[in-house]
Design a protein around this ligand. Sequence first.
Ligand code: BT5
Length: 225
Amino acid sequence: MFDIINFGKVESTNKLAFKLIEEGRISRNSIIIADSQISGRGRHDRIWESPEGNLYMSLVMRLQDNFRATDYSFLAACAVGDTLKSFGIESLYKWPNDIMFRNKKLAGILIQTENINQINNMVIGIGLNLVSAPQYAISLSEYNIKRDDFVEKFIKSFSSYDLEYQQFGFRVIRNKWRQNCYKLNEQIILSNGVSGILRDIDDTGNLLIVDELGNIQKITVAEIL
Ligand code: BT5
């Protein structure tokens, strides 16, 4: 189980997590939660809007040998999705790290790793719009979900997926993730210029697209536009 550590306003819960690991002030089974973030970040240093009222959390873990950090992006998405479902909310998972609701972005996941004192540390940052969102995104303001209730259920779901992952590997997570895959079997366009039908993810989390010529393209890094 995780120890929960609450903060008020922070720069970024992911950043704080690594600082606390470096200073030896946190166990590798903790969750940092903040009320708001001054400089919340997404991938490639993109900004994550972080006003008060939403959920900003970072899970601090030790990344065990032979496990891939990227697998945890799918695992965390499944746990967020199942938790949302327990509140009656049907979400979809957009490759590689978004949670969508009513066709708009509701939550994002940012996984970072750093080797500190010969230990591979993994920080899984999750931002979820409980009460407010930027105009182009969506929140759950109409649902009245308490942050702590969400976190409690999320931890249970995450921990049970993690056990399954450790026992059976990525296959179980992949099967579960693809059941809620956003735009599955639909035409998509990617940021790298590739377009085609989104067919699947493979056993390492790459996106598989069938292009106009019927060829399967394996995509490792890109965004679905
Ligand atoms: C993500 O990045 O979606 C990962 C976001 C992770 C945020 C959490 S909060 C706790 C922890 N601490 C941090 O500092 N970060 C993590 P990416 O796929 O790069 O998406 C970033 C894009 O999402 C931005 O460029 C905006 O277009 C959009 N965006 C920004 N804020 C948003 C929000 N609150 N809701 C929905 N979309 C947002």
